[in-house]
Write a protein that binds this ligand. Sequence first.
Ligand SMILES: *[C@@H]1O[C@H](CO)[C@@H](O)[C@H](O)[C@H]1NC(C)=O
Ligand SMILES: *[C@@H]1O[C@H](CO)[C@@H](O)[C@H](O)[C@H]1NC(C)=O
Ligand SMILES: *[C@@H]1O[C@H](CO)[C@@H](O)[C@H](O)[C@H]1NC(C)=O
Ligand SMILES: *[C@@H]1O[C@H](CO)[C@@H](O)[C@H](O)[C@H]1NC(C)=O
Ligand SMILES: *[C@@H]1O[C@H](CO)[C@@H](O)[C@H](O)[C@H]1NC(C)=O
Ligand SMILES: *[C@@H]1O[C@H](CO)[C@@H](O)[C@H](O)[C@H]1NC(C)=O
Ligand SMILES: *[C@@H]1O[C@H](CO)[C@@H](O)[C@H](O)[C@H]1NC(C)=O
Ligand SMILES: *[C@@H]1O[C@H](CO)[C@@H](O)[C@H](O)[C@H]1NC(C)=O
Length: 442
Amino acid sequence: MPPATPLLALSLALSLSSSIHLAYAATAQVFAPPSRGPLVQSANYTSFSNNTLRDTRVVKGRVFDRVIQVWLENTDFETAASTPIFESLAEQGVLLTNYNSVTHPSEPNYIAAVGGDFFGAHDDNMYHIPSNISTIVDLLEDKDISWATYQENMAEDAYYGFNYAAPNYASPTSPAYPYYVRKHNPLVIFDAISQDKERRGRIRTFNDFANDVVNGTLPQWIFVTPNMVNDAHDTTIDFAASFLEYWLLPLLTDPRVNSPRTLVLLTFDENETFGKQNRVWSVLLGQAVPLKLRGTTDDTLYTHYSTLSTVQANWGLKSLGRQDTNATVSNVFSFVAEKTGYKNVEVPSPGIPRVPQFNLTGVVPGALTSAQFTPFSAPNLKAKGAGHGGVLIRPGLNEKLTVDKLPKPVNMLALNKTTPWQMSPRTTSGKNIIPCADANCA
Ligand SMILES: *[C@@H]1O[C@H](CO)[C@@H](O)[C@H](O)[C@H]1NC(C)=O
Ligand SMILES: *[C@@H]1O[C@H](CO)[C@@H](O)[C@H](O)[C@H]1NC(C)=O
Ligand SMILES: *[C@@H]1O[C@H](CO)[C@@H](O)[C@H](O)[C@H]1NC(C)=O
Ligand SMILES: *[C@@H]1O[C@H](CO)[C@@H](O)[C@H](O)[C@H]1NC(C)=O
Ligand SMILES: *[C@@H]1O[C@H](CO)[C@@H](O)[C@H](O)[C@H]1NC(C)=O
Ligand SMILES: *[C@@H]1O[C@H](CO)[C@@H](O)[C@H](O)[C@H]1NC(C)=O
Ligand SMILES: *[C@@H]1O[C@H](CO)[C@@H](O)[C@H](O)[C@H]1NC(C)=O
Ligand SMILES: *[C@@H]1O[C@H](CO)[C@@H](O)[C@H](O)[C@H]1NC(C)=O
């Protein structure tokens, strides 16, 4: 090609930029169903299932016997509220108009929802949390309540990698797509779960979900993370709406999933704009929602910690003695609070300065921040949780190392170090991917 004259260079640049623009528009992602249905195993979900749970025992709760949380990503309240499928879901349930995330970005919100704290994390790095730190799983097992997390496109059960790219099922000629990310899989981050032989099998794939439902062994506490396109992270609210139409809507009419005493929480990890209060669109669905409440709104102040306190109130569980027992941020979902006799606190309406903003970024000392590192502290052993059950202690916990006894935060970065709980990101090769082994595989 001859050297371009200035004019030619300009027109080349223009045509290049317009073709880039077109290419970008042409690759905007359009929802494609990963399977023939949410209860049919599919190669698009990555690994086929090689086992089912055996959970048939039902431990009765005061208000519900099963709770399913489904987490979508990074969307402002108003954006979801004005999208048709979300509007119609709100008509079927209780719209929570003052439900807040606890921080930014994603990962600390997920950690908080199962661990009762985000331990100072303010990024999406690869962390692990030592086994003396308790989670919702300890509280559930203490009362024999079954549990699992289902992670769409996770490479295999309890996959430990930072992310996982699978063939792009919507566009087979495109490169592999990083559908799975560890930062949205909170249970795998806790050593007490991912390093425990019995427990790790409960960190499961969407093909496992299909098997568990079909076999009637779906557990009682369930945390669902759709993949990076279906949860709106890499896409739009309309894309996530199409996913809900494909996945959630049919399950809501399936009594094997939405049984008479099932509560479903559809929520978002955080809202999109960091500079504002971190309110996210959330709705309570499922047969456990009383008929007279369907289509109503509830403006009580809730946060991701409310998912912990609500579950504790329902089954009379112990607590974690962390933010799950901080009354300001852990109101129990109203109709559950009423039936269990828990008294929620009134928090001033948004806009009033005393209301926590929940949009802190990088200002909280903790074990998961290199900038202001402190060791993991013990929980508050005197805390009173919504389940009235005392604080659960895991083996290896130094009960004396309470928040007030922690050493001064250290800036590890100034020492050219990072917190000991950060790992260098790694992926595993995927060589253990489970092939199709039964007649139900598509
Ligand atoms: C995988 O997804 C593509 C796109 O939706 C679909 O055409 C194909 O049938 C799916 N494969 C299976 C096994 O369901
Ligand atoms: C299923 O596959 C996983 C991952 O390869 C493996 O760790 C697990 O032991 C298998 N489970 C059964 C029941 O074969
Ligand atoms: C679970 O369901 C699948 C069909 O999805 C079936 O092939 C499998 O044998 C069942 N497993 C058990 C243990 O019942
Ligand atoms: C959090 O939101 C408040 C209120 O909009 C704003 O004043 C503050 O700057 C935000 N904080 C951060 C760290 O973005
Ligand atoms: C984030 O939440 C706040 C507080 O509820 C809300 O007013 C705001 O609209 C949300 N962010 C944006 C950019 O809309
Ligand atoms: C409880 O939560 C509020 C709001 O985030 C916070 O200001 C307060 O420090 C918390 N209390 C404890 C004991 O952590
Ligand atoms: C928990 O265990 C870790 C790792 O052994 C240790 O660094 C930390 O101080 C312990 N924290 C408490 C409160 O026991
Ligand atoms: C940290 O690393 C930088 C660059 O390698 C070096 O210049 C600096 O002296 C190191 N600081 C310490 C405290 O070791």
